[in-house]
Design a protein around this ligand. Sequence first.
Ligand code: AMP
Length: 454
Amino acid sequence: MKTFAEIDLIAPLHRALVDEKYETPTPIQAQTIPAALSGRDVLGCAQTGTGKTAAFALPILDRLGEEQPRSKPNCPNVLVLAPTRELAIQIGDSFATYGKNLPLKHVLVYGGVSQNSQVRALNKGAHILVATPGRLLDLMNQGYIHLNHLQVFVLDEADRMLDMGFLPDLKKIIKQLPKKRQSLFFSATMPPNIVELSRQLLTNPTSVNVTPKKTSVERIEQQVYYIERTGKRELLKKILQKPDVDRAIVFSRTKRGANMLAQKLLLAGIKAAAIHGNKSQGARQRALEAFRTKQIDVLVATDVAARGIDIDGVTHVVNYDLPTEPESYVHRIGRTGRAGAEGLAISFCTSDERRDLMAIEKLIGQKVPLAPGQPAPQPVSEESKKAAPQRGGRRNSRPRRGGQGRSGDTSKNSGSQRTAGHGSTEATATDGKPKRRRRRKGTRRQQQSGQTTG
Ligand code: AMP
């Protein structure tokens, strides 16, 4: 395999890569960078953790670094769309890191914070705009963003974006893209709706497929404990106190549950913090940084809050509550076992959650093995079996406009922007408000999934 030194990138990028100690391109980079440098569209099937950010950022920076276009107010040359603020910030950080020796500017645009500083940054002009769809559309409608000078369009985590209900926003954005452009499209999975979307966006693309879903799942050791709710907390403590746990992410279904759990772990002497949509952006970033720098060992997270978290060296993922959407299981356990490392994904499954586990096993095409020394579970009743959804047929998977899954992108409080090489993010505020709990019989699942997303 070629090293970066052998890849035809401009010198300022080579210097940045040397500083980052990147020597060899990852498979997605090895395939994507030459195609993108030659101007081709790219259809990449790759998850976070494969190095896909550099796969699109480096050719973009190479092109802009060579052309050195003047940044025009409100008219970016490059648009990168990401489903969540966290991912947008990480992408912005990557552009800043790789582009630190280039006179290029980038701006971040996402919801949940005031638009003022974002608008100011857009007015000053930036080459690269990294955005989440809701706020982007909002600012486009207000006339602060024009896409007529766009040269490159990147759609990142396309499957996640559709899962979060962004398709209507995406369609509106796509309509305003100039016909002549380069498009780079990335998705962890390629279900039919994603293939259809990619067809609309891409012209004669190079297809790059580095992480078929099964491979990543197969690399991660999985275990399940059949346990009742009352025993979960003690078992979690026992697991987290084992010496082989270096960094763990614990998934809770609700934000309240995440808070409580983090507190209980702290009381037990386990260094933990909660991260979910009701935490301010600052608090989330601080928790992530503490986790990254090993000031804490455990992050207790809800699904949306954990999406796109880019932290290597997560040794354990614990599904304290199983997700009601089987796809979330794959996303969750993918937080461990990154960059070829081994990972252990442990799930707790109460009798209430057996249907969720069955749906997960159907999706991943394998049984989740019993944790060592655990007794086999009681057989599941025929009724529960019938209730298990078919592959891809998620319960309650309809996007809820204004729901927590996307609300981080639409509310309007304080602001944030970054500039490549020397920016800082100042951001507060949260995802949507927690849904009010209703305890009507037969709607438990719905209520739970309403609280899941953070
Ligand atoms: P991503 O999939 O873009 O989220 O990247 C995953 C992680 O891999 C990030 O921490 C990157 O800094 C790191 N990374 C990306 N490319 C390389 C490379 N070629 N060599 C070493 N580390 C890399």
